[in-house]
Design a protein around this ligand. Structure first.
Ligand code: NAP
Length: 282
């Protein structure tokens, strides 16, 4: 029978560890705090913010929201960013993106204090991922994938792993993390030829193409572990992954559901980064 690699037990375990650590820090008068910097008030940003705050509340982590007008000028934005960086009561900063056009991300990514960069925006932290250094912050989504694999005790050493995504938020850093875990990694993308031929030979396939139910059974070996990172509009107000679960679920060894898979773990990783940042800063 196919294993369903659900995100919930992973989240429960991560949150339990964090709760205990936060209690310990509180006893010393320290309250780990996430600063949330939101430009404008787009409904999807507000929904995401509410879910982050709820998650933080559930483990006793404090949040502080900085909402600025969507027409804010670059200089005023820089000033606010420096203020947040200098605030010793804020340990990690989450910047909602995309930003409006007048705010140049190529400049802003250098503004964040690398010690508070819980979402791995600063080029210094990104570089560390590629160097294999362990003292920076990893991007949350690839780290969530690694956490799922670890929790479900899926060994990586010597495995053939195919990642279908080459973005900086997912495929490239994930490939580096998998290499560091001794896997043999192939990165595929939209110009890859004969994709099913490549993926069907893999022990583990990680999809992140952003196309609803794109991957059918011919893409996978019967013993494959499939990690579906895609979050797509599945129609009828439903979310679905990149993998056609109806057709693939029973034809592989294990698969992550969407919703309820990697996405749920990603937020828990973000919270863990705040806690790590807090511990480093004290
Ligand atoms: P992205 O920058 O658009 O990257 C998509 C990648 O898929 C690109 O490398 C693209 O190739 C490749 N691709 C697209 N169509 C393909 C095809 N037909 N065959 C092979 N490769 C193809 O998107 P992203 O920001 O990395 O996000 C990817 C997906 O992950 C989205 O569904 C997003 O919602 C989801 N996501 C999930 C989480 C989570 O926590 N679970 C977090 C972030 C993102 P090219 O490089 O050639 O264009």
């Amino acid at each position: 029978m196919t294993d369903s690699l659900k995100g919930k037990p992973v989240v429960v375990s991560l949150k339990e560890q964090m709760k205990q650590e936060i209690l310990g820090l509180e006893a010393e008068g320290i309250q780990p705090t996430m600063g949330i910097l939101r430009v404008g008030n787009r409904p999807d940003d507000i929904a995401y913010e509410n879910s982050i705050i709820k998650n933080c509340d559930s483990i006793g982590m404090r949040t502080q929201v900085f909402e600025v007008d969507k027409n804010i000028h670059m200089e005023a934005f820089k000033e606010l960013f420096h203020k947040i960086n200098d605030d010793k009561y804020i340990h990690g900063v989450l910047l909602f993106r995309p930003l409006p056009l007048q705010l140049d991300m190529d400049v802003i990514k250098y503004l964040i204090d690398p010690q508070k960069d819980i979402d791995c925006i600063h080029p210094m932290n990104q570089q560390k991922v590629f160097e294999g250094a362990v003292d920076g912050f990893l991007p949350c989504t690839p780290e969530a994938v690694m956490e799922m694999l670890k929790y479900y005790q899926i060994s990586l050493q010597g495995k053939n792993i195919v990642v279908i995504n080459r973005s900086m938020v997912l495929g490239k850093p994930l490939a580096m993390m998998l290499l560091a875990a001794q896997a043999t990694v192939t990165i595929c993308h939209s110009k890859t030829r004969n994709l099913p031929e490549i993926t069907s030979k893999a022990d583990i396939v990680i999809t992140g193409v952003g196309r609803a139910r794109f991957f059918k059974e011919e893409y996978f070996h019967q013993d494959a572990v499939v990690i579906d990172v895609g979050i797509n509009d599945g129609g009828n107000d439903k979310i679905c992954g990149d993998v056609d679960d109806d057709r693939v679920h029973d034809k592989v060894k294990a698969i992550t559901p969407v919703p309820g898979g990697v996405g749920t773990v990603t937020t828990a990783i973000l919270l863990r980064h705040v806690l790590e940042a807090c511990k480093k800063q004290i």
